[in-house]
Design a protein around this ligand. Structure first.
Ligand code: LIP
Length: 263
């Protein structure tokens, strides 16, 4: 199968979901439940978006498996669609304009096609394995950063308070090792930002497969060094890491020294 065809499907469905979540936002943010903690929220729009994506995939790609943040599923051998119906749900709830629909196609658990669609800006981020990464059709390249002390690092926190404290301690140790730190709240877009050179690197723990499935492929296809959960135990078993190649090694070492692997 040509992964570019899968990208086209992901973009078409993602755009429909993006229109939906914007259209319903005023009422959707009054229908909110919580998941792992009181701050881990899911809105009626998250659910409606995933239902739309699942319905459209059933029509366009009948019989193919779907793993979604809200309705679950599993990664199977062969093709699995991995869906985050709103990545950055807290941002969506507050109206902080940094959230996205993330849809990836994985073959035997590895991303081969991905699309991240921003409802607020309309930006469309895509990648097909071996064919590059794009923002609205323009080719993406990770930054040429070569000095860790001049690099801009994206980061993210767990919803669990006890883990947030450990993460904050590690981040404090990192704060003098880099230019500055950004915490934007949507992993898929943090990974896209690395692909575009808007961030020089990004790291976070405890992401769902749906959070990174599309954005990690986009970052890798843009030339970033990417480590998925389980690929860098020194950073923690559930760490996701993406960095411009010129700083990847130094950043990796600095994160280990800062205790990132023990948060
Ligand atoms: C979010 C991630 C973000 C992370 C949040 C949350 P969600 O995904 O995109 O990077 O810090 O805790 O996991 O829950 O909005 O789909």
């Amino acid at each position: 199968m040509d992964p570019r065809t899968l990208v086209d499907t992901a973009v078409a469905i993602g755009k429909e979901a993006a229109e939906l979540v914007q259209r319903v936002r005023r009422t959707a943010v009054t229908d909110v439940d919580t998941k792992s903690t009181a701050t881990d929220v899911v809105t009626a729009a998250d659910r409606a978006s995933e239902q739309l994506v699942r319905s459209r995939l059933a029509t366009l790609r009948p019989g193919e498996h779907v793993l979604g943040e809200e309705e679950g599923g599993e990664v199977v051998s062969g093709l699995t669609w991995v869906v985050d119906p709103i990545d950055g749900t807290v941002n969506y709830l507050y109206g902080f304009p940094f959230y996205a629909i993330s849809i990836a196609a994985q073959l035997d658990g590895e991303s081969i096609a991905g699309a991240v669609i921003e409802p607020v800006t309309g930006r469309v981020w895509t990648a097909a394995r071996g064919h590059g990464a794009f923002l609205d059709g323009r080719r993406l390249r990770a930054s040429g950063a070569s000095e860790l002390s001049l690099s801009l690092l994206g980061y993210g926190f767990s919803y669990r308070p006890e883990r947030r404290q450990r993460q904050a301690d590690a981040l404090a140790a990192m704060s003098t090792r880099v230019r500055d730190i950004r915490r934007a709240g949507a992993a898929s877009l943090d990974l896209c930002a690395v692909a575009a050179g808007w961030l020089d690197a990004y790291a976070e723990h405890n992401l769902g497969r749906w959070d990174w499935a599309a954005g990690a492929l986009i970052a890798a296809e843009a030339g970033a060094v990417v480590k998925l959960p389980g690929q860098a135990p020194e950073l923690g078993a559930d760490a996701t890491f993406a960095a411009a190649p010129g700083i990847a090694g130094d950043l990796f070492d600095a994160l280990v020294e800062s205790g990132f692997g023990k948060v």
